[in-house]
Design a protein around this ligand. Structure first.
Ligand SMILES: Cc1ncc(COP(=O)(O)O)c(C=O)c1O
Length: 436
């Protein structure tokens, strides 16, 4: 099919709720390492990585060689048969969880399913049902995960499921209490106790948070937030889940998991996206007693699929052997400096935040009023596409640019990206006359 036929077929045969960036959807034909090509043959520097998923570069040869070999050995058995790739990956994951305390895994195909499994595990283990999530969170697209998500944009069809309440996140740039950190005393974290006492039965199954809120626009809490919250959650008998669908596998720099930056011990971690570098996989990793609390039986046809678990093991090996957690910290710090330089130059950049190679810009019309620059964000995305770079969008107001390149990029890639982004922002925000 040519480009036009693809776009026509998309319109006719795909659900219209499948949305795209850009006025004309970008048709991608192939990809390699940090680049993707469109149907017309134009090359783009990909600083979004298929929504924080291409962790070790597109079509990574080392990872793909192992996938190819596994495809010809054993492609599928389902969770009702034991197989070596599945248990080998589970064993490997047990060795890298914080303090090696989360030792049992259940594999699925996506972040949504990983979180669904986590909720069931917490409910079985605690005997309680209510879950606390955060405002501005995103946890998936099933009906329960839409109920758990904290953004109206992603709750299509209404929220008919009870059992979820939403506490304050630490959105310091737009503090829900109108306060300023650190004078606020991290009031948002302390408020959780009031939330539990006034909006639940007082017996909770657990609390779920993304260490850095991904779809929310890489909202990054201050150091005290999670330790305070974790203490309150445990006081009320709940388990602490870290939704690491975007933040795991070294993405935040240095550590395997985002939550490790806050020195909080989770009971359950969920992961997906970057674990497979594009091969569908989701995982729920729990403390043994939490996993053992799931009495009864469960099944996932594709969960623990030998090809997907082989891909994941190959990704973890690649990250380890190429020191990508270190590279992510170093190149991420370099990227952050360049973004701060751009903020000094462009008034539209209200906030720069994130960790490692998970960085975002929040765009505003006025730095005093912080009026979200939603239309301008769309225009900058278009201009960035014309400048041959790809980045993502996020935030409740659709005014955040999300940057999450593969973890094996170099500083020279950052230089190329920043030059193109600078050009794109200038094209949208500086009147043409002023450019001469
Ligand atoms: C933090 C987080 N959790 C869960 C999900 C859902 O993952 P999936 O789209 O693989 O179902 C996402 C997806 O963006 C996510 O960012």
């Amino acid at each position: 099919m040519n480009e036009e036929e693809i776009l026509l077929a998309q319109k006719e045969f795909i659900f219209p709720s499948v949305f795209h960036y850009f006025k004309e959807p970008l048709v991608i034909s192939h990809a390699k390492d940090q680049y993707v090509w469109d149907a017309a043959g134009n090359r783009y520097l990909d600083f979004f990585g298929g929504i924080v998923t291409v962790s070790v570069g597109h079509c990574n040869e080392t990872v793909n060689a192992r996938i190819h070999a596994q495809l010809d050995t054993l492609q599928h058995v389902s969770t009702v048969f034991a197989n070596q790739p599945q248990v080998a990956l589970a064993k490997r994951l047990a060795q890298i969880t914080p303090n090696r305390a989360l030792t049992k895994s259940f594999f699925t195909n996506s972040g949504t399913e990983a979180n669904e499994t986590a909720i069931v595990a917490a409910r079985c283990y605690t005997g309680a049902s209510e879950i606390i999530a955060l405002r501005h969170s995103y946890h998936g697209r099933s009906s329960a995960m839409m109920a758990m998500t904290g953004q109206s944009t992603w709750k299509m069809g209404g929220v008919p499921l009870p059992g979820f309440v939403h506490a304050h996140n630490a959105y310091c740039y737009r503090c829900p209490f109108g306060m300023t950190y650190p004078k606020c005393g991290v009031a948002c974290a302390k408020d959780l106790e009031e939330v539990i006492r006034t909006t639940t039965s007082g017996r909770i199954a657990g609390f779920i948070a993304e260490p850095i809120q991904g779809v929310g626009g890489f909202i990054t809490p201050p150091q005290e937030y999670f330790p305070i919250v974790a203490g309150i959650v445990r006081k009320f008998g709940g388990v602490f889940f870290s939704d690491e669908v975007q933040t795991a596998w070294g993405r935040t720099g240095g550590k395997w998991f985002g939550i490790e930056h806050w020195d909080v011990q989770p009971d359950i971690i969920t992961g997906a996206k970057g674990l497979g570098n594009g091969t569908p996989i989701g995982v729920t990793i729990a403390r043994a007693e939490v996993a053992d609390g799931m009495k009864g039986v469960t099944i996932s046809t594709f969960g623990g699929n030998p090809v997907a678990t082989t891909a994941a093991a190959a990704v973890l090996d690649y990250i380890e052997e190429n020191h990508l957690r270190v590279n992510t910290a170093e190149v991420g710090a370099y990227l952050r400096e360049q973004l701060l330089d751009l903020q000094r130059k462009h008034a539209i950049i209200g906030d720069v935040r994130g960790m490692g190679l998970l960085q975002a810009l929040e765009l505003v019309r006025d730095r005093e009023t912080k009026e979200p620059a939603g239309d301008e964000t769309n225009q900058i995305l278009e201009a960035a596409k014309d400048a041959r770079i790809l980045l993502g969008k996020g935030g409740l107001y659709g005014n955040c640019l999300r940057i999450s390149p593969p973890m094996n990029i170099a500083k020279s890639d950052v230089d190329n990206f920043i030059a193109a982004l600078d050009e794109a922002i200038t094209r949208v925000t500086v009147p043409a006359a002023a450019l001469g």
